[in-house]
Design a protein around this ligand. Structure first.
Ligand SMILES: N[C@@H](CCC(=O)N[C@@H](CS)C(=O)NCC(=O)O)C(=O)O
Length: 477
């Protein structure tokens, strides 16, 4: 069955969808629904209108979720906009204040696009050499300004050179379809824009700008700074460090919210609202809350722009291999460093008795895991677990765990890691691939190590010595 596209080319999202179909050779039947004749309001079309809203909403959501992550409040705004823009366009009186307001929102949106997505003169929003659906959708939106004529187009778009270049790039990448679909806009004739023929220029200006006021206000209102990713963190925690390094390395903007485990801040009812497991790390991205570092890394790698594919490859086989390593990690390696550290160096400063049996058990887990890592994942020529020359989220996660052994001091660390040359090389590779962030984020661990090597600290015992360290370290890292 052929895809049916219910369309009036007057509508910019309709044009985006049609250009997309044309460019990608998608066979479709265009069924004209004349907006000016209010055909979209007929009972026959009512279900279709709903469908088209959903389709457009989905498109918008994809763009917003994937490329801006700022999706709060869009659903109601979008539906309201879709239900309102077409009706008032031909009926409402001119309203210069609304036009002025619309122009403000338009320039705010354009300068956000320039400073956030096109900042380094990239050809398209994602920085690739080819457009995405986001480019097509947004550019078709902006093209609507053409309706108000060349003078206003130049006045409104003039200051935004990068935007202009990006429009050109998108046009070139999708021509001849782009020009074909926009034919009517510049000269107010042809295609679906015939409906505008009889409107005076200033009326058009008003309607277009009014449209921007409604439509773009969410782009404006949900700019990334307002909804930056929140990361609940204590850098003494190894999974927290993995997430922070990942964000920093991939240019993911985030707000680090300190939850001091030593002060038991992770046990408060407020934090339980964020992570009912009362552990770190956790993230909040808009309305979306997530705990468990592996899941967080997968989410970040999948939903933030600009994350290189090697971190969490699109290839389903490679992806599954990463999951396999990560699942293995939690029931094997993870029990090594944590158990050793907790029952040796950290025990006295935390007022707990040393527990050599538990530490020995931890050592068993550690060496069994390290030799598995060498014999299963590092046995080839690759520099990382998946065998390639670039790290994945699995490398980062496992290496950050092993780094906890730093707390034991040089001699002990060497005793435990010494036999595993390939593991040592892989730790170095992961560190080099993520520096300077790797070293910066591990600073806290090195400082704690120095304190632990201090004889006064070593002597801390159950009688309360080491209370200073309690502020830095905690029982369940
Ligand atoms: N599987 C979890 C482990 C989380 C975890 O154990 N976090 C520790 C810090 S490393 C924590 O919050 N400990 C405090 C506690 O359990 O009370 C993950 O990978 O996120």
């Amino acid at each position: 069955m052929k895809l049916k596209v219910y369309a009036d080319r007057l509508s910019q999202p309709v044009r985006a969808v049609i250009i997309f179909c044309e460019v990608n050779g998608i066979d479709y039947e265009e069924i004209k629904v004349d907006l000016a004749n209010r055909e979209h309001l007929t009972p026959e079309f009512a279900p279709m209108l709903f469908l088209s809203i959903l389709l457009l909403h989905f498109l918008e959501l994809l763009i917003i979720v994937r490329y801006t992550r700022c999706w709060i409040g869009i659903t109601p705004t979008y539906v309201v906009v879709q239900n309102s823009i077409l009706a008032p366009v031909f009926r409402r009186p001119l309203n210069p204040e609304a036009v002025a307001e619309g122009e403000k929102i338009l320039s705010a949106a354009l300068s956000k696009i320039e400073s956030f997505w096109l900042d380094d003169n990239r050809p398209f929003l994602l920085g690739e050499n080819q457009p995405s659906i986001a480019d097509l959708s947004l550019v078709c939106d902006i093209m609507q300004v053409k309706l108000v004529g060349e003078t206003d187009w130049n006045r409104l778009l003039g200051p935004y050179k990068k935007v202009q270049q990006w429009i050109e790039n998108t046009r070139n990448a999708t021509n001849p379809h782009f020009d074909e679909l926009h034919k009517g806009l510049a000269n107010n004739e042809g295609g679906g824009v015939f409906a505008f023929k009889n409107l005076r220029n200033e009326e058009l200006h008003y309607y277009i700008i009014l449209w921007f006021t409604q439509k773009k206000s969410h782009v404006y209102a949900t700019c990334p700074s307002q909804f930056a990713l929140k990361l609940y963190a204590d850098r003494m925690s190894q999974p927290v460090r993995a997430v922070i390094i990942f964000c920093k390395k991939n240019g993911i903007d985030f707000e680090e919210i300190r939850v001091d485990i030593a002060k038991r801040q992770h046990l408060t009812p407020e934090y339980a609202e964020i992570n009912p497991m009362k552990q770190l790390p956790a993230i909040v991205d808009g309305r979306f809350k997530l705990f468990e570092s592996h899941a967080i890394l997968v989410y970040l790698a999948s939903s933030f722009p600009g994350v290189a594919d090697h971190w969490y490859p699109a290839d389903v086989f490679k992806r599954s291999k990463i999951h396999s390593v990560l699942d293995w990690h939690h029931s094997n390696l993870r029990r090594g460093p944590t158990t050793i550290v907790r029952n040796t160096v950290l025990a006295p400063v935390l007022g707990r008795p040393l527990n050599p049996e538990a530490a020995a058990e931890g050592e068993k887990f550690l060496s069994a895991s390290l030799s598995k890592i060498e014999s299963v994942w590092l046995k080839g020529n690759g520099r990382f677990l998946l065998g390639g020359n670039q790290p994945s989220i699995a490398d980062l996660s496992l290496v950050c765990d092993i780094m906890q052994l730093e707390l034991l001091g040089e001699t002990e660390r060497n005793r435990l890691l010494g036999p595993y040359k390939e593991v040592q090389q892989w730790i170095d590779n992961t560190r080099n691939a993520t520096n300077p962030h790797f070293d910066e984020v591990h600073k806290i661990l090195m400082k704690a190590k120095e304190k632990l090597q201090n004889p006064r600290m070593k002597g801390a015992n159950n009688e309360g010595g080491g209370s200073d360290m309690k502020r830095t370290l905690h029982s369940r890292i």
